[in-house]
Write a protein that binds this ligand. Structure first.
Ligand code: TRP
Length: 464
């Protein structure tokens, strides 16, 4: 391992980046966004965004990271454009916000391991009470943040890589088995229909904004996480194909999560799909149901294993979120990694407290808190921070990163970096598309989406 550390192999980087991407965003976030976005129409928009817009941004982030071997802020300095390092700073800010609420959800999921061990499938009905018990779920969150800080304090290469290698395939296999089982339940087909047959009349502007935010969030884009991870990539690795593989893996796992949840909602609702739009509690209410359906010791074992794997998936994501501020603090402010990890993790946990208590424990943070409009509905603090970070800052970050790479750092430099380790890239269709997407398509679309999202979500003004 060099001074900064490198991933020990190409597979190591892909696994770590996929580990960052695959997390609660796929299994918790995606199904609830699909449910709220009216089903398959959301899925279609989401897929389009992932492949034609987000994939080019991912390639760009990794290339900037590998070229400079720096953190999200240092990368801009290193290329000679100090004025642009505010993009990295904004990224660090959004990473801190995301981790602050992400860890709350991770705490819920962590607590579910123990509920499943105890065979307490009826937790589904008590979920509202469960998240109100902030001392209990807060302690789980505290432990989760502690483990994240511990992994990050050890440095990026060792822990992340090894864990991802074993656990991600296990998670995928387990999800496939659960999907198979869910399909056998009565009314599963109604769920599938909701999930896979688009009704484009449901395509409102807010579906578009949320799909964009979800795509960025799920792919870990727009805040320099992949600049940071890219800085640990070897020069002879193929960025273009690695990013494609990471995108496919992430999207594939999100789609699997939907295949798991929607047939189940079909079953639970007797085919009406009522409850599909219930929001952030969705998987916590539906999944225990399926483990209860399996029942007995087998149900408990399956449930325990599932939530354990989910927590590992979340951990590889929280690690990447914390790594962004830490690598900045370590590189630029010369604070020791171990010390930095514990201090920053503590601060982020504290910032997360309103998100923790805003689920029924504190009225103020639950609904009365905000003037946040999202279509005129008062909302809780956690959803507010999610809308601010995921749907607003991440697309803006992606917009600026793409614009920066194509027009400030310049396309030919980006292309040079991408061609390294990618024989056949130059002159290919992929190159032409990436040039177009990074230079024009992504910056323009993302700028428009950013403006519309801000107006709509925070000022209640709908243009489209
Ligand atoms: N992508 C992760 C998930 O889906 C969350 C995440 C990790 C993230 N690192 C990130 C989101 C960086 C945005 C930016 O669970």
């Amino acid at each position: 391992m060099g001074a900064r550390g490198n991933f020990s192999s190409k597979m190591g980087f892909i696994l770590a980046a996929a580990g960052s991407a695959v997390g609660l965003g796929n299994i918790w976030g995606f199904p609830f966004e699909v449910g709220q976005g009216g089903g398959a129409a959301f899925v279609v928009v989401y897929l389009i965004f992932c492949f034609i817009l987000c994939y080019p941004v991912m390639v760009t982030e990794i290339a900037i990271g590998r070229k400079t071997q720096k953190n999200a802020v240092g990368a801009f300095n290193d290329l000679g454009f100090r004025k642009w390092n505010f993009v990295g700073k904004l990224g660090i800010f959004s990473g801190v916000l995301i981790l602050s609420f992400y860890n709350v959800i991770a705490g819920w999921a962590f607590g579910y391991i123990f509920e499943m061990v105890a065979g307490n499938f009826s937790i589904a009905d008590q979920f509202g009470e469960y998240i109100k018990n902030v001392f209990k779920v807060g302690s789980y969150g505290l432990i989760f943040m502690g483990v994240t800080a511990f992994v990050v304090s050890k440095g990026v290469s060792g822990g992340i890589e090894r864990a991802a290698k074993l656990l991600m395939p296990t998670l995928i296999i387990m999800m496939i088995i659960i999907v198979g089982y869910a399909m056998t339940l009565p009314n599963a087909l109604d769920g599938l229909k909701f999930y896979l047959v688009p009704d484009f009349s449901k395509l409102t502007p807010s579906v578009l904004y949320n799909a964009m935010g979800q795509a960025f969030f799920s792919l870990s884009l727009g805040m320099g996480a992949l600049i940071t991870y890219g800085s640990y990539v070897n020069k002879n690795d193929n960025i273009v194909s690695s990013a494609a593989l990471i995108t496919l893996t992430d999207v594939g796992i999100a789609l699997l999560a939907g295949l798991m949840i929607f047939p189940l909602i079909g079953f639970m609702s007797g085919g009406t799909m009522e409850g599909a739009g219930s929001g952030p509690g969705l998987i916590f209410v539906t999944l225990p149901e399926i483990f209860g359906e399996i029942g007995g010791a087998l149900g408990a074992i399956t449930g325990t294993l599932f939530f354990t794997l989910l927590c590992f998936a979340a951990l590889t994501s929280t690690v990447s979120l914390l790594e962004v501020p830490i690598s900045y603090v370590v590189d630029e402010l010369k604070i020791r990694r171990k010390r930095a990890a514990w201090i920053v993790a503590t601060v982020i946990f504290i910032i997360g407290i309103p998100s923790l208590i805003g689920n029924g424990y504190s009225d103020f943070f639950s609904t009365a808190f905000t003037t946040y409009k999202d279509g005129g509905i008062d909302t809780d603090f956690l959803s507010f921070v999610g809308a601010l970070a995921n749907d607003t800052i991440l697309p803006l970050g992606g917009c600026m990163i793409a614009f920066f790479a194509a027009h400030v750092w310049k396309k030919h430099n980006l292309d040079e970096e991408l061609a390294q380790g990618a024989p056949g890239y130059k002159g290919s269709f992929v190159q032409k598309y990436l040039n177009f997407a990074i230079g024009y398509f992504a910056p323009i679309v993302l700028a428009v989406v950013f403006v519309f999202t801000v107006l709509f979500k925070f000022f209640g003004i709908q243009i489209l």
